[in-house]
Design a protein around this ligand. Structure first.
Ligand code: GDP
Ligand code: MG
Length: 214
């Protein structure tokens, strides 16, 4: 009898939010998981994570997205935060140059604590504040290319590209794991055929052949 695994999803992916304090991480999360935005920063009331289930290539994927509780202010994010993460959204604020300059520090934090195959998307948030911009989109794009990251400008306030940012991360993760699954299948298929077991010989050794009343 085949066992039906009774999950409401096919895959569960842990994604971490990182980047300087005040760039909009918590609002990106609330926009994506609850379609909410808060003008005041509630950085001290950190939820551990929030989830949203969506379809990726016909599979049901549950995204479990972890948010900091403000520890980034003290550069005190523990390695437990990164453990098991398969994706990261690295956020800076397009109106605050310093938050973009710190992207490299966040990348080295990821290199130190996260899996080396982690999928990273860089997001330049607050794109609605274009008149206050201090980071050019081209500069971010070339950094992303140099570091091998996906890149988008987002606005949690106006709900621009938030959905797309997560969809892209999830799709990239899905591509990686489905490639791995395919490689595993091919490896299994190339195993030489097993020895043919002769039932008569088994009987000769006192092991009864034949079967099957049910
Ligand atoms: N204009 C604008 N403000 C934003 C946006 N995202 C977040 N904020 C504001 O930026 C501040 C910090 O946001 P928060 O989500 O707490 O940032 P966190 O510290 O990275 O989690 C809050 O006052 C938010 O209302 C955005 O897309 N546009
Ligand atoms: Mg926050």
């Amino acid at each position: 009898m085949a066992y039906k695994v009774d999950h409401e999803y096919d895959y569960l992916f842990k994604i971490v939010l990182i980047g300087d304090s005040g760039v909009g991480k918590s609002n990106i999360l609330s926009r994506f998981t609850r379609n909410e935005f808060h003008l005041d920063s509630k950085s001290t009331i950190g939820v551990e994570f929030a989830t949203r289930t969506l379809q990726v290539e016909g599979k049901t994927v549950k995204a479990q997205i972890w948010d900091t509780a403000g520890q980034e202010r003290y550069r005190a994010i523990t390695s437990a935060y990164y453990r098991g993460a398969v994706g990261a959204l690295l956020v800076y604020d397009i109106t605050k140059r310093q938050t973009f300059d710190n992207v490299l520090r966040w990348l080295s934090e990821l290199r130190d604590h996260a899996d080396s195959n982690i999928v990273i998307m860089m997001a330049g948030n607050k794109s609605d504040l274009n008149h206050l911009r201090s980071v050019k989109q081209e500069d971010a794009q070339s950094l992303a290319e140099k570091e091998g990251l996906a890149f988008l400008e987002t606005s949690a306030l106006e709900a621009i590209n938030v959905e797309k940012a997560f969809q892209t991360i999830l799709m990239d993760i899905y591509q990686i794991i489905s490639k791995k699954a395919l490689a595993a299948q091919q490896a299994a298929a190339s195993v030489p055929q097993g020895t043919i077991i002769n039932v008569k010989n088994l009987s000769d050794n006192g092991i009864k052949g034949g079967c099957c009343s049910s």
